[in-house]
Design a protein around this ligand. Structure first.
Ligand code: HEM
Length: 386
């Protein structure tokens, strides 16, 4: 029987009190030692690294709220269905090019390559592989810097992330300028409905421009969307592939992987009134970081929580707010339908093309923000004919 022992970790940053609601399940303690400080610093790191200084509010929470207040048409299910064909053809092309010629692949790196390239295509209509690769490097540095010690000295991961965050915003601003010019040229030439869709590019960028956001807001928010997409869907794909290797008979029910290894470790809230947690009073006004992993591993709702058992999702499934890979309530992940769709389309393509075996069956899983396999999940591949 797993033990479940919630803990509270208190810190104080830039004058704001914060608690990290961490916990333990079985032998795993998700946040220990200095990880707790890194996690509590995250909203500030996000703001300092990714946000244009002219578009930032007073607190990190203001930034999240602004991000939320703008839910682009692009991310709504009605619009997303228009992108299934692009997702499908990119998944096929990616598998053909990167997987088919190989006997063995490292799943994590390749799924990241696919989800990032898909984001470039659907968010900003970039499909030149060289340009995609040029953007991938600074985004990887930003991701590393977001979960590092916030020491802004030359050579530290945080310092590199601040510089690369600035570089990304500059690239995005250049894209915004040229897209605005295309839009206004089409408007001048042609006053029909297509004028809102230059060259067929109704991507996230055009969607934001048409919603009237200014350049610095778009570059900050766009950076946020890229980062939110960066390690999440690729982690989900990686662990679905990993669990499928262990449990081939349950491949149809794979989405419960999101319970066992939720790609986003948690998020931040402000207490609107005093509340009790694990015997502690958390005062009104404090920031709280809640953790998806420990919610998903609470044996009260998921008996034998570390067991992979798809049948627990049958019938009514788990009670509300216990299965929360995309969060819950009004701040729930706005990218969840996009994420689900890209994972589904990719998994459909991979399952119908390959069988695979893990090369390191007992590979360690590490956590830096999101979970990842320590050696990148190397697998051997066999092409199948259906
Ligand atoms: C498997 C993939 C993903 C997972 C598991 C995931 C999970 C989460 C979680 C747990 C939150 C916090 C929700 C809350 O506060 O209640 C969140 C927030 C957010 N996600 Fe995702 N996400 C994923 C993919 C994406 C993608 C692809 C995008 C963008 C295209 C995205 C955009 C965002 C944004 C902008 C927020 C902040 C919302 C706010 O604070 O109001 N996510 N996500």
């Amino acid at each position: 029987m797993s033990k479940y022992s919630p803990e509270v970790f208190r810190t104080s940053l830039l004058g704001e009190d914060m608690v990290v609601l961490c916990g333990a399940s079985g032998n795993k303690v998700l946040f220990s030692g200095y990880d707790k400080y890194i996690i509590s610093w995250w909203p500030y790191a996000f703001k300092n690294i990714l946000m244009d200084p002219s578009s930032v509010g007073n607190s990190a929470n203001d930034e999240a709220a602004k991000m939320r207040s703008f839910l682009p048409q692009f991310l709504k299910p009605d619009s997303l269905k228009n992108y299934i064909l692009v997702m499908d053809s990119m998944a096929k092309e990616h598998l053909q090019k990167e997987w088919s010629p190989c006997k063995e692949v490292k799943v994590f790196a390749l799924s990241k390559k696919y989800t990032f390239a898909l984001g470039c295509k659907l968010f900003v209509s970039i499909d030149d592989p060289k340009y995609v690769a040029k953007l991938a490097e600074p985004f990887a540095q930003v991701m590393a810097g977001l979960f590092s010690l916030p020491i802004n000295l030359p050579g530290t991961p945080y310092n590199r992330a601040v510089k690369d965050g600035r570089m990304i915003r500059e690239e995005l601003k250049a894209l915004i300028t040229s897209r605005k010019m295309e839009l206004s040229m089409e408007d001048n030439n042609n006053n029909n409905d297509n004028s809102k869709n230059p060259g067929g590019k109704m991507d996230l960028l055009t969607s934001m421009i048409l919603d009237g956001l200014d350049e610095s807001e778009i570059s900050s928010k766009m950076g946020g969307f890229f980062i939110a997409n960066h390690d999440t869907a690729s982690a989900a794909i990686t662990f679905i592939i990993s669990y499928l290797a262990d449990y081939p008979d349950v491949y149809r029910k794979v989405f419960q992987v999101l319970r066992l290894l939720p790609p986003a470790s948690g998020t931040f809230r402000e207490a609107i009134q005093d509340f009790m947690y694990a015997g502690y009073t958390i005062p009104k006004g404090w920031k709280a970081c809640w953790n998806v992993y420990t919610t998903h591993n609470n044996p009260k709702y998921f008996p034998e929580p570390e067991k992979f058992d798809p049948s627990r999702f049958e019938g009514n499934g788990p009670p509300p707010f216990t299965f929360v890979p995309f969060g819950g309530g009004p701040r729930m992940c706005p990218g969840k339908e996009y994420a689900r769709l890209q994972i589904l389309v990719f998994m459909h393509n991979i399952i119908t093309k390959f069988k695979w075996k893990k090369l390191n069956p007992d590979e360690e899983i590490k956590f830096i923000g999101s979970p990842f396999p320590a050696k990148g999940l190397p697998v051997s591949l066999e092409t199948i004919q259906i």
